[in-house]
Design a protein around this ligand. Structure first.
Ligand code: UT7
Length: 331
């Protein structure tokens, strides 16, 4: 029987227009452009401004652009998965809201929360619907309004995050291209280092939780850094070894954009030169679910059919993983 794979056949992104620079952050907290750039690689990030606007608005923009550029009718989409940690609301799923805003009526849709690895989890899940359940067109969205859970009085976290969305179209192929292999991992004991303290069922919102500023990202940066460096680098090397891929075989590494030093360590561990690593953290910061699609979107014109691409991520949970993709089209 011919093997059916899921291939990425389109990619689109959305970043809100407002740019929050390091210089502006210098006026808000005790930090400096030099510290932020040398410790993280970030120069600026985009922030979604406007009353009543949330993650779904960015996601819907990315999806509408994707449908238009790939000549796809909303009615053709059978499934939409949204990877996010900043849903519009606890329920319904942001994926449902995005589908409605993008005119997608014949699909079922749901959210996935695996923090910064969410996009990888969503791609692997979506690919299974294509490979084994005969879905013809599936959309994966990675979208986060990180500014909604960022404490702009905390210099340790407010410099890191930005808002954005990306959308990926997956379709079946019988060619030797597409989602070739993946490794996904999680370790819930990492929760203590990276989480949001209140707003869930353990600690519902109250005056006390608001006064204690517990509705924002809490992160022990150094501890997370140590895990991220080893886990993201190891899992990227592991997927290469598992599939007998050498550094020469790799056309591009697409790492989650949390810290330039973590990205560099991952590339070094894989033996991949800097010229093959997609990096745009300088302009967007950490946009959680959106970092990987934003990279693919920006680099799309340089990608060629058959390119071996490794997607790699690490995030809250802890969660981490890597995917080997053979790119499916020339732009
Ligand atoms: O995407 C999800 C996964 N998240 C990550 O992968 C993030 C991983 N962690 C990191 O990227 C880094 O740990 C950070 C960028 C968050 C922090 O960098 P670091 O090199 O680990 O700094 P640090 O936390 O060890 O802090 C060093 C010093 C401290 O001062 P003292 O104690 O040495 O006097 C901090 O108080 O830098 C200070 N500091 C700052 N100084 C200026 C912390 N934040 C700032 C700041 N500006 N914004």
């Amino acid at each position: 029987m011919t093997k059916i794979r899921a291939a990425i056949t389109g990619i689109h992104g959305y970043v809100p227009p407002y740019i929050l620079t390091n210089q502006e952050l210098e006026k808000m907290v005790d930090t400096s452009d030099e510290w932020i750039r040398s410790r993280t690689g970030i120069r600026e990030r985009h922030i979604l401004k406007g009353e009543g606007l949330g993650t779904s608005d960015m996601g819907a923009e990315a999806v509408k652009g994707l449908l238009e550029k790939t000549g796809t009718s909303p009615d053709e989409i059978g499934l939409l998965i949204c990877a996010t940690v900043t849903p519009d609301m606890v329920f319904p799923a942001t994926a449902n809201i995005i589908s409605n805003k993008a005119g997608i009526k014949n699909a079922f849709s749901f959210d996935m929360n695996a923090a910064c690895s969410g996009l990888l989890y969503a791609i692997v899940t979506a690919s299974k619907f294509v490979e084994t359940l005969s879905f013809k067109k599936v959309i994966v969205v990675g979208a986060d309004k990180m500014s909604s859970i960022t404490d702009y009085t905390n210099r340790e976290t407010c410099i890191l995050f930005g808002d954005a969305a990306g959308a990926i179209l997956l379709e079946p192929t019988t060619e030797d291209i597409g989602i070739m292999d993946s490794i996904l991992m999680s370790d819930g004991s990492g929760m203590q280092y990276l989480h949001m303290k209140a707003g869930g069922s353990v600690k519902p919102p109250s005056h006390d939780t608001i006064e204690a500023r517990e509705h924002f990202v809490f992160q022990e940066g150094q501890a997370v850094f140590k895990f991220a460096v080893t886990r993201m680098a190891d899992v990227s090397a592991e997927i290469m070894e598992k599939n007998n891929l050498t550094a020469d075989d790799i056309s591009w590494l697409v790492p989650h954009q949390a810290n330039l030093r973590i990205i560099d360590a991952t590339a070094r561990r894989m033996g991949v030169g800097k010229d093959k690593v997609m990096v745009n953290i300088e302009r967007y910061g950490n946009t959680t679910g959106a970092t990987i699609p934003l990279c693919l979107w920006e680099w799309e014109k340089r990608l060629k059919k058959g390119d071996n691409i490794i997607l790699a991520a690490f995030g809250g949970g802890f969660t981490w993983g890597s995917i080997w993709v053979k790119w499916a089209y020339d732009s």
